[in-house]
Design a protein around this ligand. Structure first.
Ligand code: SAM
Length: 217
């Protein structure tokens, strides 16, 4: 069995995960379908392969983690993804969240600051034939050259909302970002209204690794 095998056991475990996420309040069928497709066991270290479909975060090296599937589903649901949406993700990490967005038809840009993770995920995306623009750098300043974006998702905890990200959002666009201190953050949904003002909606509490960079910690 090579590392890219998707066994009946994996498929069954994914179905159970989808059911668990539904029971935890995820209702967007497109999000659930994407979670049901992405082979999470390929995005984590082989040591955790048999736990891949538990609703848990796992270490991915460099002191970073692959987010818990519930967190990925929760943030993705808030993005209201439409096919061809131009989406910027800050914090590529394992690439799992990115793969879910690509499965939903997003035109994805994703930035990672850790070179080892960036290179590993770039290779995995190429091996799996997932099309996305993966970039190495400080995502707290966004990606001016590809802006504006329909949606922006930040998958690390920020001390504040980076102004660059707000500037790079289209009118009507949505920014999903956990904001708080280093231990606890509140998920924020931020919508850029027609007059350019922001509707800021604080939601539930989460715990992410820190967003580190020029407009972050
Ligand atoms: N979306 C990831 C996944 O599905 O595996 C979650 C990864 S982890 C919770 C957050 C990631 O954000 C880490 O890989 C970390 O290196 C990265 N990160 C932190 N600050 C960053 C920054 N300023 N720019 C880009 N990536 C950053």
């Amino acid at each position: 069995m090579n590392n890219f095998t998707d066994t009946y056991k994996d498929k069954g475990a994914r179905r159970l995960l989808v059911r668990e996420l539904k029971s935890k309040g995820i209702i967007d069928e497109k999000v659930l379908a994407a979670i049901g497709k992405v082979q999470r066991h390929l995005f984590i270290h082989n040591d955790f392969r048999h736990h891949a479909y538990q609703d848990k975060a796992f270490p991915i090296g460099e002191g970073q983690t692959i987010s818990q599937p519930y967190t990925v589903a929760y943030q993705t649901q808030l993005l209201h993804v439409e096919p061809k949406d131009k989406i910027l993700e800050i914090g590529t990490g394992s690439g799992y969240q990115a793969a879910v967005l690509v499965e939903m038809g997003a035109h994805l840009y994703s930035i990672e600051r850790q070179e080892k993770l960036f290179l590993k995920t770039k290779k995995l995306f190429s091996d799996l034939n997932y099309k996305a623009t993966l970039l190495l750098g400080d995502g707290s300043v966004g990606c001016e050259s590809a802006a504006p974006f329909d949606k922006i998702i930040v998958t690390a905890g920020a001390p504040k909302v980076p102004q660059n990200l707000v500037n790079q959002l289209k009118i009507g666009g949505i920014l999903i970002i956990p904001v708080g201190d280093e231990k606890n953050q509140i998920m924020h949904s931020i919508i850029k209204k027609t007059d350019g003002s922001l509707e800021v909606i604080p939601l539930h509490a989460f715990r992410f690794v820190p967003l580190i960079g020029n407009q972050a910690w």
